[in-house]
Structure formats: C-alpha cells, structure tokens
Design a protein around this ligand. Sequence first.
Ligand SMILES: [Cu+2]
Length: 279
Amino acid sequence: MLVLKRLITFIATGLPVMIAGVALAASGQPEPWQMGLQKGATPVMDDIIWFHDFLLWLITAITLFVLALLVIVMVKFNARSNPVPSRTTHNTAIEVLWTVVPVLILVTIAVPSFRLLFFQLNMPKADLTLKATGKQWFWSYSYPDSKIEFDSLMVQDKDLKAGQPRLLTVDNELVVPVNKVVHVLTTGADVIHAFTVPAFGIKIDAIPGRINETWFKAEREGVYYGQCSELCGKDHAFMPIAVRVLSEKDYAEWLEQAKKKFATDGSRPTSVAAGGAAN
Ligand SMILES: [Cu+2]
C-alpha cells in the first residue's frame, strides 16, 4: 500500500513540476525536472528533436503492438483455454508480412535519418569561422579572421552574480551573430575534449593534433550553454561552454571592443597540440 501511496504522491506533485520543466526548457540550459531535449535554437537541432519524437512514437507503437500480441497469445492459447493446440507450422502470408513490414519500417527510419546526417555533415558556406581549443580545463576561442583570441574559464560559485547559472557561467563568452552560419573548428591542446552545445545540436571531439569541424546557425538571440563532453581529467565537469547570440549590430559592437581587448598580432599560431604544433 505504501508503494501505491508514494506513487500517487509522486504523480500528484512530480508531474506538474515536470510539465513546468518542459515549458522552461527553452532557456538554453538544463532546467530542474526537464523532460526531453532542450528547445532547439538551430535548424539542425529542430530536425534532431523532430527525429527523436518521430522515433519515440514509432517505438511506442511497435512496443504496444507486440505487447498486444503477447497478451492475446497468453489469454487465448494457454493450456486451460486451448487444451488441444493446432499443428500449424507454416503460414506463407504471415511470413512474408513479418519480413516485409519490418523492412518498410526500417526504410521509414532510414530516410529521415540519412537526410539529417547529411544536413549535419554538409557544411554550408561560412559567414564566420571560429576555433575552439579544449585545454585542461577551459576553452580557448579564436576568431582567425578578426585576429582575436581569448580564454574562457568557468566562474566560481562565490563570484556568481544574480541570475548566472552555477557551473555554466564563464568569464568570456563565445559571441556570435544571429542567423549566420558559423563554422566551428575544434582541437585539443592536451587531451581529447568535446565541444557540445545541446540547443545547437552540436557535439564534436576536440582532438590533439587534428582539426574537427562542425557548424551551426543560431536563429534566436540569447545565451546557450554546453559542457565539455569527453572525460578529460579532474576538472572535466568545470569547463563549460557559453555562447551568446547577438543581433548583427550588437555583434559588430562587441567585435570592435573584442579586437582591442583580445587582439593577437597574428604571428603567434594558436597552439594546436603539445605534440602536433612545432612552434
Ligand atoms: Cu574537457
């Protein structure tokens, strides 16, 4: 009885909180009691969410169908209600069906799956190129076209200002313009890290000695948070990624300031990897 009581309490109190969590999940960061994925801010993430939901409905339907078959068999064909079993061993029609129908289901999954994969992997022409270098344990960002380079470190709990999320806020955010295609090149300076922003639908390894690339086009202004997603050492959990998406005008203003604040003379190559860069 206690279990039942607890279940009722959970449903009564937990569900409204969960539903509220769904509504809040639009803020570019995880929310308490969040269900499902963060709301997408890029076309790629919108497609990922669509594909995820599509698969969820599909597997739910398949699971319920199989469950129904099992229940029918248990009720109709148990030893008591069906004492003399039939001797049937083959049925051509049903054998064709249970081969063809799963094939059709797989094709239905494969088409949007490949379409999404090509959408993610075919880079559209870049409006802006950034480089993110994973280091133990922070990120360095450079804007090669503007000769800007800076480090982005997590803000410690005691230094947080009101409204800043704990473990996600950084001192220098990555700043990008809205509705522009941004290429992100990633590399690691020491060990493998991974550059991940859930609301953008991107997750790409940052590997010492090589450059990986991905892209995003943020369609809404705001701040979007991510975290290093490759176990990279003791402070792996404390090297968040914060991307601020600004209007084109605000971005231009930020860029002017940043050019003064974070200028590199261009003669110093960004350290690519301990073993990879001979500088
Ligand atoms: Cu890392």
